[in-house]
Design a binder for this molecule. Sequence first.
Ligand SMILES: Nc1ncnc2c1ncn2[C@@H]1O[C@H](COP(=O)(O)OP(=O)(O)OP(=O)(O)O)[C@@H](O)[C@H]1O
Ligand SMILES: [Mg+2]
Length: 169
Amino acid sequence: MNIIFDTSTHAETVHLGRLLAGMLRPGMVVALRGDLGAGKTTLVKGIASGLTGIDERDVTSPTFTILQEYNGPVTLYHVDAYRLDSARDLDAVGFDDCVDGSGVTVVEWADRVSEALPGEALIVTIEQTGDQQRRFCLQAATPQQARDLKRLSGMLRAGDGRTDEHTSG
Ligand SMILES: Nc1ncnc2c1ncn2[C@@H]1O[C@H](COP(=O)(O)OP(=O)(O)OP(=O)(O)O)[C@@H](O)[C@H]1O
Ligand SMILES: [Mg+2]
């Protein structure tokens, strides 16, 4: 099942990330796909703030560090695979320990390391549809994720955010 959300500001994307954080469970992996400037890190700002309570301004793209860890009630591992050549490069940063642990892992440029990602990763594809418009396609990999995504869209429909939403599949 896929759910599509449209946002038209940076703040709406951060808000979507915060709501999404509410459905992320320990051990889950979120695979982010989308071009330069699509809004991957912006979504992670919301996820990190929702999971750990960190200020969104303290979340930046860890391009040069590859792996950034944010600690809070739930630990968030933030991976940026942009500079990696293959999934094997993830071994060096201890990626398996992140995925096997009790934290949540988000991966920017997930397509570059897709072989290393678990089959149950939640896939988020981001498209720039205007100057400030972004389209988020969230693809559930398990029945539980599908139920949680439905709940998420219900929350948005109930007015907890101005993000537009459509469901398909
Ligand atoms: N609706 C929106 N959602 C997200 N970001 C937006 C939106 N409108 C404008 N922006 C701006 O677009 C930029 C998105 O940058 P961001 O770093 O999140 O992209 P990215 O996908 O992580 O890029 P990169 O591949 O370089 O890491 C930010 O400057 C953000 O403020
Ligand atoms: Mg980024």
